[in-house]
Every structure is written in structure tokens, then in C-alpha cells.
Design a protein around this ligand. Structure first.
Ligand SMILES: Nc1nc2c(c(=O)[nH]1)N[C@H]1C(S)=C(S)[C@@H](COP(=O)(O)O)O[C@H]1N2
Ligand SMILES: [Mo]
Length: 327
């Protein structure tokens, strides 16, 4: 079975009880923006979705797993997370996605699950979130291949749940994820920066790893367009470019799919893209990173950790592999 049930870092029920008025108020706003009102009613029987929504609207509740409670993990301010972006469909400057993606309509949004699965599906994103049991919040490190990093409190659901829903056939070995075709009027002069649509992929065992996450929110707010609305991949032990944004298709396939940055420059960007301070990028060191929002405009330098600090959770996935060759 591929199901990995999230345990330790599910929000404690107690996170939803204090400041009741504020919580109820922001929940109403949240239900309105996400269209989850009906789903909340449908799942109200066991109260799970309800309490997670309450908690998720209240900013930054405590995270149960000691791994995600590291006092050294200081969440990056919301404004930086949502204004310093890579989303090349909207321009190559860090500030461009926020400016250029505002008018893009990301609701309603249909997600397709297809390929070598027993349960192919075309589903509205809000129905999908409801099928996944609602939200949980996780604080993850995020590290771009270009040696900058942030700490981001994501809301969303484990990708393992989507894999379980799809019910892959034995021949399926990889999940390929595709970004929506961004309308040309929006992408404008940036059309040729990369090959579109942006695609990424994971081995199925990577996708089912407990850490792999589909984010639908940041700091308890619906994820903004520039960060990949309405749903994007988060694999915190890998470089940021694996985190494909605004996904319209999850396709289960037999062979390793193309991934956009690897297509751009195979010797610089691999398929695995695991964060690894011991394997430098051909043009720069991967031994350290700039922490965005810490210590001045460029960010304080800190050492980069193997698998971005998630060795315990993911090292077994790569046992016996030469990480210098399979970068
Ligand atoms: N569709 C799409 N997804 C993308 C990218 C992109 O250009 N297009 N950039 C990637 C890169 S290089 C990084 S570092 C992260 C940045 O995510 P953030 O802007 O939410 O921090 O998104 C990744 N996902
Ligand atoms: Mo990146």
C-alpha cells in the first residue's frame, strides 16, 4: 500500500478552540474564497475538515512533530514569501510574478488524474481538497538551486493521499505534474524563457513519501497566484524547481518524465534535484545559501544541509544511488 498517514504534525484539536470569534469570522471568509462551504457540510460528521479549516485560518498554530518545531526554523515573513518568486511564465525577475499574475483567473480550476491508474478522475480543485480530508499545516524549509532559502508555513494535503486516490497500476513508476498553460496575454514577452507548459515529476515512492505535499495555502491564507494557485507541489528536500506550480494534471507513467529545468540544461539541473551541499552546481557552490529576510537585503549566509535537513525522512529513498551522478 502506498498510503502514508500523516500523524505527528496534524494540527492538534486544541489549536482550533481559543479566540473563537476571530476564528469563526476568518473561517467564513475562507469558506467564501475557497468555495469549501458545501464540502464542510458534507464532511461535518466527523468534524475533521471543520477543525482544520478553523486552525488553518488562524495564522500559525503549533506543529506537533518535533522535526518541524526546530526553534532555528524561523518562518519567513508572508510579504517576502509572496513577493520574491520564481514563476517564469510571468517574468524572470523575482518581483514579476506578483505583478503579472494578479489578473489570472485560478478559480474555477479542474485537475485531471490520468495515466496508469485504476481511478482516473477529472475533479474541481475544491472537491479534490475535500476528498483529501481538508488541510493541514506544515512548516518546511525551502531551498532554491540558486542558493537562496526561506521557511514557509504551508497549508495543504500530503501528495500520498492523492496517489492513494489515483490507485496506480503496477506499471506506474513516476508521477508527472503539469502546470496550466498560462494565457499568452499574461506571459507576454517571457514566452520563450523556458519550454511550456512547465512539467515536473517524481518517482512514485518519492511522491508517496510523508514529506511530499500539495500546498493550497500559505500562513492560513489561500495560496496567491504568484506562489502557484490553486495547488502546487512542495518537496522540501529537493530544490525549489521541483515544486511545480498551478498544477492541472497528475499523470501516472511508466518512464521518467521530462522536467523543465533538466530540459533547459541537463548538466546543471537533474531529475532528482535533491539538496546536496556536497555536489556543486557547475557554476556555483551548493555548500551554503542566502536566507531571504535575514540579515540585510541579500540574506544571511547559512550552511546548506544534506537533503535540506530532511535526511531522516528521505535518505532511504536513495540508498545505493550515487548522488554525484544522479543529481
Ligand atoms: N510553473 C512553474 N513552476 C515553478 C517555477 C516556474 O518558473 N514555473 N519555478 C520553480 C522554482 S525555480 C522555484 S525556486 C519555486 C519558487 O516558488 P515560490 O515562488 O513559491 O517561492 O517554484 C518552482 N515552480
Ligand atoms: Mo528555484
Amino acid at each position: 500500500m502506498l498510503i502514508v498517514s500523516p500523524k505527528d504534525w496534524e494540527l492538534p484539536e486544541s489549536a482550533a478552540t481559543p479566540e473563537r470569534d476571530y476564528a469563526l469570522q476568518s473561517r467564513r471568509a475562507f469558506l467564501k474564497t475557497t468555495g469549501l462551504g458545501l464540502a464542510g457540510v458534507a464532511l461535518g460528521g466527523h468534524g475533521l475538515l471543520d477543525s482544520r479549516l478553523l486552525a488553518a485560518t488562524r495564522g500559525f498554530p503549533p506543529v506537533g512533530n518535533p522535526d518541524y518545531r526546530d526553534p532555528a526554523l524561523k518562518p519567513t515573513p508572508y510579504d517576502l514569501i509572496t513577493s520574491y518568486n520564481n514563476f517564469f511564465e510571468f517574468g524572470t525577475d523575482k518581483s514579476a510574478p506578483k505583478l503579472n499574475a494578479q489578473k489570472w483567473k485560478t478559480e474555477p480550476w479542474t485537475v485531471t488524474i490520468s495515466g496508469l491508474v485504476r481511478n482516473p478522475l477529472k475533479i474541481e480543485v475544491n472537491d479534490l481538497i475535500a476528498r483529501m480530508g481538508g488541510f493541514e499545516q506544515r512548516v518546511y524549509r525551502m531551498r532554491c538551486v540558486a542558493a537562496w532559502s526561506m521557511v514557509i508555513p504551508w497549508d495543504g494535503f500530503p501528495l500520498a493521499k492523492l496517489v492513494a486516490l489515483a490507485d496506480p497500476q503496477p506499471g506506474a513508476k513516476f508521477v508527472k505534474m503539469t502546470t496550466a498553460n498560462v494565457p499568452k496575454t499574461i506571459s507576454g514577452q517571457w514566452e520563450n524563457a523556458l519550454e511550456w507548459p512547465y512539467v515536473e515529476g517524481l518517482r512514485i515512492d518519492e511522491a508517496a513519501n510523508e514529506l511530499s505535499f500539495i500546498a493550497t495555502g500559505i500562513y492560513g491564507q489561500p495560496i496567491p497566484n504568484q506562489n502557484g494557485a490553486p495547488l502546487r507541489l512542495v518537496t522540501p528536500w529537493k530544490c525549489g524547481f521541483k515544486g511545480v506550480k498551478s498544477i492541472v494534471k497528475f499523470e501516472f507513467v511508466a518512464n521518467q518524465p521530462r522536467n523543465t529545468w533538466n530540459v533547459m540544461s541537463a548538466r546543471e539541473y537533474g531529475f532528482y534535484a535533491n539538496v546536496n551541499p556536497n555536489v556543486d552546481h557547475p557554476r556555483w557552490s551548493q555548500g551554503s545559501e542566502r536566507v531571504i529576510g535575514a540579515g540585510g537585503a541579500l540574506g544571511a549566509r547559512q550552511k546548506t544541509l544534506l537533503f535540506n535537513g530532511y535526511e531522516k525522512q528521505v535518505a532511504a529513498l536513495y540508498a545505493g544511488m550515487d548522488l554525484k551522478k544522479q543529481y
